[in-house]
Design a protein around this ligand. Structure first.
Ligand SMILES: [Zn+2]
Length: 308
């Protein structure tokens, strides 16, 4: 049987999956272990090797290739990792070290790219635009990461990593002049305006009270907290403005919103109306959809990197 192997490397967990095909019910085996990232880079390599050994032993299959989704990205020129919030990975030749340790070919992509690939090919986009030419997937949670999926004339979908490995990194476009400093070294990034922590920080600044985002949204809907309403307005208006940057360039067949902020219903009802104000068109027709694969998108997308 043909199998496809994927690893989702997170800061706390590393998860592996073996798929037999491109549907969510084609899972042959799935397993997760602690990353133990605090023990450093070489330990992380060993944890991945341990996981792959378990996958082999439990199923009797061997990987032809292995896809891996990571925080940050592999710099295509330097062949080292960059932009990882698991900071011990930065500057390290993860691709080379995994190939030599595991003895198999490895495809690396950013975790938001894996999310976008899985939702495009296996998840939400299949319901509305199965013959898509392009999809933009974005995880709006504690950070904001994005990925572009394209389909070539041969019918094969693939992630657009880009010449510098930053394809889809919409979360670090400048959205607010003189805005908050971002960990990336710039100011006023999309991520500093409407990630979950950024919205909570904004609410706290104007109200003096610290609340989680779902409570802020609830208070807005109850209609008696003007600070909550101002925070939700900040999200909707800035989301509308920022998403048209993608639509004016890529004009994708669908946009998929993952992450905790992506759970907010108003993004799907009011978001397109706000975007219509800014888009280079007389209407905003781009479908904005919820993801379907939940926590599985990252690891499924990693396995799909090995599809030929
Ligand atoms: Zn940034």
């Amino acid at each position: 049987m043909q199998t496809y192997w994927g690893i989702d490397l997170g800061g706390t967990k590393v998860e592996g999956v073996i798929l037999s095909g491109s549907s969510p019910d084609s899972v042959v085996f799935r397993h997760r272990i602690d990353t133990e990232a605090d023990r450093g880079y070489h330990h992380i390599i060993q944890r991945i090797a341990t996981l792959v050994d378990t996958m082999k032993a439990e199923t009797g299959y061997l990987p032809e290739a292995l896809g891996i989704g990571t925080p940050g990205t592999l710099d295509p020129t330097r062949q080292t990792m960059k932009g990882c919030n698991t900071t011990c990975l930065n500057g390290m030749p993860l691709h080379r070290d995994l190939e030599s340790t595991l003895g198999t070919s490895v495809m690396i992509a950013n975790d938001a790219n894996c999310f976008a690939l899985a939702e495009a090919q296996m998840g939400a986009v299949q319901d509305i635009a199965p013959n898509f030419r392009s999809v933009f997937g974005v995880i709006m949670g504690t950070g904001v990461g994005g990925g572009v999926v394209l389909r070539g004339n041969d019918g094969q979908a693939f992630v657009l990593n880009g010449m510098q490995g930053i394809g889809g990194e919409w979360g670090h476009n400048e959205l607010e002049k003189d805005g908050y400093p971002c960990y990336c070294g710039k100011y006023g990034c999309v991520e500093q305006v409407f990630s979950g922590p950024a919205l909570q920080r904004y609410y706290q600044e104007i109200s003096g009270t610290s609340l989680k985002l779902p409570q802020i949204v609830e208070r807005h809907q109850q209609g008696h907290d003007p600070h909550a309403t101002a925070t939700v307005e900040r999200l909707l208006e800035n989301f509308g403005k920022a998403i048209t940057v993608i639509v004016n360039i890529l004009d994708p067949n669908a946009i998929v919103l993952g992450g905790g902020v992506g759970n907010i219903d108003l993004l799907y009802t009011e978001g397109p109306k706000r975007a219509a104000k800014y888009v280079f068109n007389d209407r905003f027709d781009t479908p904005i959809v919820r993801p379907k694969l939940g926590d599985s998108a990252g690891v499924f997308g990693a396995a799909m990197l090995t599809f030929k």
